[in-house]
Design a binder for this molecule. Sequence first.
Ligand SMILES: Nc1ncnc2c1ncn2[C@@H]1O[C@H](COP(=O)(O)OP(=O)(O)OP(=O)(O)O)[C@@H](O)[C@H]1O
Ligand SMILES: [Mg+2]
Length: 259
Amino acid sequence: MPFYAGIDVGSLSSDAVIIDQEGRMLGSAITETGAHSTQAAEKALDLALAQAGLSRGDLAFSVATGYGRVSVPMAQKTITEISCHGLGAHAIFPNTRTVIDIGGQDSKAISLDERGKVVDFVMNDKCAAGTGRFLEVMAGKLGLTLDDLGRLSLAAAGEVSISSVCTVFAESEVVSLVARNHPREQIVRGLHRAIVNRVAAMVGGLGVKEAVTMSGGVAKNAGVVALMAERLGINIQVPPEPQIVGALGAALLARRQAG
Ligand SMILES: Nc1ncnc2c1ncn2[C@@H]1O[C@H](COP(=O)(O)OP(=O)(O)OP(=O)(O)O)[C@@H](O)[C@H]1O
Ligand SMILES: [Mg+2]
């Protein structure tokens, strides 16, 4: 029986998914991209294969996606992240008509038709303030881990407004808020509000059609998801592992290429 791999080499994480002929997911892995994208892609692929009990020789076709997709020699084809996130989100939640992907380096909103095909998309890759990198930098300044952010934000009794629109200035604003003893959870909520406002403005330009699914690592942050749902006035679906949605879409496209 043939098997297919999807490998998503992002700015922060390199992720892989293995599926069978029926599209069932047999293995997946999330690793750090670091400075060597090819090695990260190989590591993610081999971990996902090991989970599936397979080896590279069992793969009939592999597709690479993500900004580092050109550095994946094991893949026979590269496909843009837009198509992969769209198809991956559609496979998990077939009712998805809008995907919001917030990764480490860019954020995008994608409109899908009822078969998971991309109808339109918008993207921000110019400004770090609408990306996961913004939250990583701020978590560092606050002495918090990424896992802490969502929980603290949801528990905050209030919110500090962050006025700077740029990561570099927001960073010094956070430092001075900490120095003035503002509660950390309220600063975190304010930072989440800042990123949500940016991404929501971009999503608004596309037009929000329900159902909405969030993908990418930032979808693991329940604080961001809650504020986004509130701001857009809709319910947001989050896959069990939002960070592998692009790799899943790539694997499904690998199956289609071979078929
Ligand atoms: N456990 C976690 N809790 C909260 N947020 C997280 C967690 N893990 C990752 N993140 C967030 O996800 C971001 C990375 O997302 P992802 O792995 O989707 O990015 P990427 O695909 O490598 O980047 P890009 O698509 O922009 O090239 C981090 O910057 C961080 O903000
Ligand atoms: Mg990504």
